[in-house]
Design a protein around this ligand. Sequence first.
Ligand SMILES: NC(=O)c1ccc[n+]([C@@H]2O[C@H](COP(=O)([O-])OP(=O)(O)OC[C@H]3O[C@@H](n4cnc5c(N)ncnc54)[C@H](O)[C@@H]3O)[C@@H](O)[C@H]2O)c1
Length: 281
Amino acid sequence: MSGRMENRVAIVTGGGSGIGGETAIRFAEEGAAVLVADLDPDRSANIIDKIKSFGGRAEYSKLDVRISSDADKMVSKAIESFGHLDTLVNNVGGGRGDDLINELDEETWNFNFDFTLKPTYYCCRAAMPKLLESAESRPGAAIVNLSSVNGMIAIGLPAYAAAKAGVEMFTKNIAIQYGSRGVRSNLVAPYTTRTDFWKPIFEADPETPKRLGDLNPMRRIGDPIDIANAILFLASDEASFINGALLPVDGGFTAGTDIFTRSGGRAGEQFWSSHAETGNF
Ligand SMILES: NC(=O)c1ccc[n+]([C@@H]2O[C@H](COP(=O)([O-])OP(=O)(O)OC[C@H]3O[C@@H](n4cnc5c(N)ncnc54)[C@H](O)[C@@H]3O)[C@@H](O)[C@H]2O)c1
């Protein structure tokens, strides 16, 4: 049986660990040749070794996602290594700063945009000519960009949220500009996911994963594989008519709130029946 990414060449930025690492592995398991583009060669070597251990194909490209010429080199490396390019996953990004905005300094603001929004532009711009070339001769050219629940609802990280919301509108614009030429662009928006980013925070307070998980209807945080499987789906032909979409992978966090049902006891029955009589809620 052939894999869902057979004969595809994919770049995964930040593919050295976490969500990107798991995505690189899932892509390779499904037959893709993967360029792991990451700042950290050691982490990346670990993922590449895992891929090679099951006979998959992977190469490394040193990428500092904040440097536009690195994005160009990354695309050239994919072509040199594997001949063409079908899939780009813009995974590097991250947030800093829960300050009230009158206390939010410019350095924090710039960090979020330089690390999250601008790189998405650099990498999409660098990859698009090769994605278009691929789309001329085969189906399946696709971009998957990483947003966050922070790009969808306000939870108190203003600069990061603004940068991720920017990633969302940027991606939707690419979707409408290039869909007719065979390149689909979509987004995944994760909830808190257990990656190295969180490691020191979880180590400092081991109750944090449970506390954050409890805010979520599924009562857990995400694992990288949860997000990687969603990215794989959007990159694969199973999503061939999905373009410009945002897929929350958040256990229902952005679907609404269960604070009413929680405050009313089991499934909220008492709460709703008592308030339905008075209409008082
Ligand atoms: N982990 C979460 O809780 C969570 C939640 C919502 C959204 N996201 C989003 O998912 C994506 C991945 O998150 P993660 O937690 O897996 O990331 P992470 O912080 O664990 O880092 C992933 C990889 O990025 C690499 N990296 C760091 N700086 C880089 C740079 N300047 N250039 C190139 N590579 C660099 C690291 O070496 C690492 O291998 C991000 O866009 C993030 O905003 C994550």
